[in-house]
Design a protein around this ligand. Structure first.
Ligand code: PLP
Length: 456
């Protein structure tokens, strides 16, 4: 940090504070983790300076032999770890990996006339009518994915993301009573809508998905089956999700992030069979800029770590911890979407505490507990205020907390949420953002958090 401090002390300060925050707060964000020092160090080096557009052995720049080594090793680890014929390790993030996959499927399956044939000028200038013209040029290709409020991701065809502009989208939701994925309903919508791409995968669904059934549905309607395993890639790598719950044998194409339960650097990856490999490898320059060789080096290290036998123990503990946390919350009277979890995350419906997700998230942060607010199915408070908080165990499990500590974590959450109530809005009505929390409770919980983390 001293080297950074000499150039821009405020950045050194922010890095130091971030380390302290991550050490001293209870990190329950389901999409975060603690990468190992080996992963972090593989990222902080001279590879960052290197341009390497293209693919291994076919670069548009000279001097890429070391990048070729790094990219080949990362891809080899990914293929071996997930049992996939092909791996593309260049995507800079999960969104990029999905974009690579969408373009690969479009290129593979659709005759795409040149954009100018659709009368397109600058992409930023596109009106909704232009997008409609563009979609017509693509042949109005359709995507079917999980709805946002059931736990799907923005990149699965929703308006704020390019996927929602490129594709004519429909969603499948979850059963209004059980909160579980209803495969008969997915089949019904798929038969009616006949998508080009059927997407499975989620950011906030606390259960496993049966990929065998989803593939059967895709086959029945002639869809390419894509799984975005960004959230649960670590559970696939750690052999907790096997058989029907392992997406790799069933999906035509699988995308993932590398930084969530997989515990690598921030980044993305695409896995596929030989049929789509050529199109996927065109990700750069089709939708990606120059690869990030330093991040690919860190991906290789993280994937090597995930191939070690102890990673399977880690993945098992992540799921056990989530189950124990869920039991602890249920025993104390909390409401969980679907009534529990069988993966690494759970979704607490905090309307049972009389709060919005935003109030719950803020009050917990006061006590040193970091979570994120998240919509629950058919959420009356929408995507901004929400009625839920999402909790995940990958980070705390890395830190060494086990089932014995999860009951304590459940208690800390419950104590803070029970001591919080909505504040008054500016107009005197009940606010969805402001909250009042008992300061003594916050102080006591913060002390218990420090004590718990001090032991790990
Ligand atoms: N796909 C899913 C299912 C995700 O949950 C996320 C991130 O939250 C992404 C894709 C996007 O990943 P990134 O933030 O790396 O672009």
């Amino acid at each position: 940090l001293d080297v950074v401090r000499q150039v821009e002390p405020r950045i050194a300060e922010a890095i130091g504070t971030e380390l302290a925050d991550q050490r001293e707060s209870l990190k329950l964000i389901a999409s975060e983790n603690y990468a190992s020092p080996a992963v972090l160090l593989a990222m902080g080096n001279w590879f960052s300076d290197k341009y390497a557009e293209g693919a291994v052995g076919r670069r548009f720049y000279a001097g890429c032999r070391n990048v070729d080594t790094v990219e080949s090793i990362a891809a080899e680890h990914a293929r071996e770890l997930f049992g996939s014929a092909h791996a593309y390790v260049q995507p800079h993030s999960g969104i990029d990996a999905n974009l690579v996959a969408f373009w690969a499927v479009l290129a593979d399956r659709v005759e795409v006339p040149a954009l100018r044939d659709a009368g397109v000028r600058q992409v930023n200038d596109l009106s909704e009518a232009d997008w409609a013209a563009l979609r017509r040029a693509f042949g109005n290709q359709r995507m079917l994915g999980m709805s946002l409020d059931a736990g799907g991701h923005l990149t699965h065809g929703f308006r704020p993301n390019i996927s929602g502009k490129m594709f004519d989208q429909r969603s499948y939701g979850t059963d209004p009573v059980t909160g579980l994925l209803d495969y008969d309903e997915v089949r019904r919508v798929a038969r009616e809508f006949r998508p080009l791409i059927l997407v499975a995968g989620y950011s906030a669904y606390p259960r496993r998905v049966n990929f065998r059934i989803m593939r059967e549905i895709a086959d029945e309607v002639g869809a390419t089956f894509m799984v975005d395993m960004a959230h649960f890639a670590g559970l696939v790598a750690g052999k907790v999700f096997t058989g029907d719950f392992d997406p790799v044998p069933y999906a035509h194409i699988v995308t993932t992030t590398t930084h969530k339960s997989l515990r690598g650097p921030r980044g993305g990856m695409v896995l596929c069979g030989p049929g789509l490999a050529e199109q996927v490898d065109r990700g750069c320059p089709m939708v990606l800029g120059g690869p990030l060789p330093h991040v690919m080096a860190a991906k290789a290290v993280a994937l090597a770590e995930a191939r070690r036998p102890d990673f399977q123990g880690y993945a098992r503990r992540v799921v056990e911890n989530a189950a124990t946390l869920a039991e602890g919350l249920l025993r104390r009277g909390a409401t969980l979407v679907t009534g529990g979890t069988d993966n690494h995350l759970l979704l607490v419906d905090v309307s049972g505490y009389g709060l919005t997700g935003r109030q719950a998230e803020a009050a917990l942060l006061d006590a040193g507990i970091v979570t994120n607010r998240n919509a629950v199915p058919r959420d009356p408070n929408g995507a901004w205020y929400t009625s839920g908080i999402r909790l995940g165990t990958p980070a705390l499990t890395t830190r060494g907390l086990g089932v014995a500590e999860m009951d304590e974590v459940a208690d800390l959450l419950h104590v803070v949420l029970s001591a919080t109530r909505p504040g008054a809005g500016p107009d005197g009505g009940v606010s969805k953002a402001r909250y009042v929390v008992d300061a003594g409770v916050v102080e006591r919980v913060a002390g218990r958090v420090a004590d718990l983390l001090g032991r790990h």
